[in-house]
Design a binder for this molecule. Sequence first.
Ligand code: ADP
Ligand code: ZN
Length: 629
Amino acid sequence: MAGPSRVGTPDDAPFSLPDPAMNSPEPAEALEPALRVLRHTFGYPSFRGEQAAVVEHVLGGGDALVLMPTGGGKSLCFQIPALLREGCAIVVSPLIALMQDQVQSLRQLGLRAAFLNSTLTQEEAFEVERKLRQDELDLLYVAPERLLTGRFQAMLEQVRIALFAIDEAHCVSQWGHDFRPEYIQLSVLHERFPGIPRIALTATADASTRAEIVERLALQEARIFIASFDRPNIRYTVVEKDNPRKQLLKFIRTHHDGDAGIVYCLSRKRVEETANFLRTEGIQALPYHAGLGPDVRAENQDRFVRGDGIVMVATVAFGMGIDKPDVRFVAHLDLPKSLEAYYQETGRAGRDGLPSNAWMAYGLQDLVMQREMIEQSQAPEEIKRIERRKLDSLLGYCEAPACRREVLLRYFGEESTPCGNCDMCLSPPDTFDATDPARQVLSAIYRSGQRYGAAHIIDIVLGKATAKITERGHEKLSTFGIGKALSSPQWGSLLRQLVAQGMLGVNEFGGLMLLDTCRPLLRGETSFAARRVREATRAAASVRREIEIASDEARALWAALRQCRRDLAEEQNVPAYMIFGDATLKQMLDVRPTSLEAMHELHGVGDRKLDAYGMPFLQVILQHQKNQN
Ligand code: ADP
Ligand code: ZN
């Protein structure tokens, strides 16, 4: 089949910070203190989207349910009220890694944050509790099981609590994939501490989960804030699978040389093979799957999070709780489970708002395999029916005749217009009248008994006398060799489009069969327009990086800034992005501040980070300017 289609940002779309249009207008006076914290502590000039409204509401003591996509900026919604309200904010979080990460980031900003979970020794835990009692904490992250103990609840009654934040609130949903039984009991917070505002946050969008959260956490009185689930900085691309590993390699080399990314595969074996392959090609790739020991997994994850250019090849076991903001791409070598899963997995790219890619290689074989897994599972029929429908939605996305983002957002109940930042928008596919070929191939399927897979059917229409063909006498069919006008990849694509449109079904062994909806076409009553497969030449898109650096001179400074960041990160023993994110570093490169005041103006440089790191970066810039003269 054809090579990958065009990906990457076109040259006329320069690097940009998160869309300023997403920022809200100047907020009311009540928000003045919040804005001061936003600017001085976090170093951001303005709130994004719903943030201002949420902060204002929670500051005023109201309960809130916040639905925002990954990377939408949920944390600030409770962190700022936590700092402005009296007392300590209690943040419930289901994942230890996530807790530690957030606490570390907050400490980098000079805030008084701590966590309580099973990784602490008893002395350490006592010390945290002492700080809580003596009002020495702004934010305390706790695991739900700890929060629910009688002892901890009794302690909470003795201290001033600013608010309760319930992160990853969809964990209360029994039907979701992240169900945590302790979450259900969190409704006691409402009963025991009725006057304290609660803010529940999640990136899971669908209406039934939302209703379940409201119900189980007793948030009936809460205001619900729903942000758009669009992730405009992510470019969606689906390529036809040909030689997936080679396609992946080319994709990485072309667009993501030296970048951090995640590659998802279905099986452990494929994870290992792909990681090995990438390594032999000189890419820093690590494997991650449930078959590796916990130590290896933890070490690989740690290297991925701390480093700034590692590719993690993983099963879907990897990702939940990974808060790394500078993941520049997420690639799927196998079909994800559903569009929800796909959106969640691809959502791990570009949390920092910088241009990122979601790239998937997909072929009919993937669909067949997923169908097989559904049909052969022991699940009851009603579950299977749901799974089949989910698979169809996914297929609809892969075979979408138009904008990918429109399909994705519509699936989550949001109407939108063509995005201009997906493969379909950037190079719209040609269509051609495929009425005749479609009828020919449907006829070949019918006449050969509706049980052969795509490869065999294509051999029939192309007139290939393989052993399998002659054994079955298929060279005698009237459709044998009828379709030499189209290439084999084009036939494959046509078959997929017929499956996507519900004219063909696939049985559990991959055999194709006719469905009722194809009758009008067979009878000559309707026509069929098909997409032409993308030619390999189109794939030869311009080589460019996601973060565009124009000259050798700028590249030298970029490298020096990154080195400075690496050194500081090592010294502080924190991930590189916690010193400054890519967005901030890129601004240093573009703006070239030559004083601390100018440095302070940059996005992401708050008071504390200016003090701690402003000077070393300033020196790098000044030294670089001197070298140039
Ligand atoms: P979420 O928890 O919703 O996935 P985060 O709270 O981690 O998202 O925020 C994602 C990224 O956006 C972080 O790097 C954060 O610092 C940044 N961010 C959040 N709010 C703003 C803002 N108002 N202006 C600029 N950057 C922001
Ligand atoms: Zn689009």
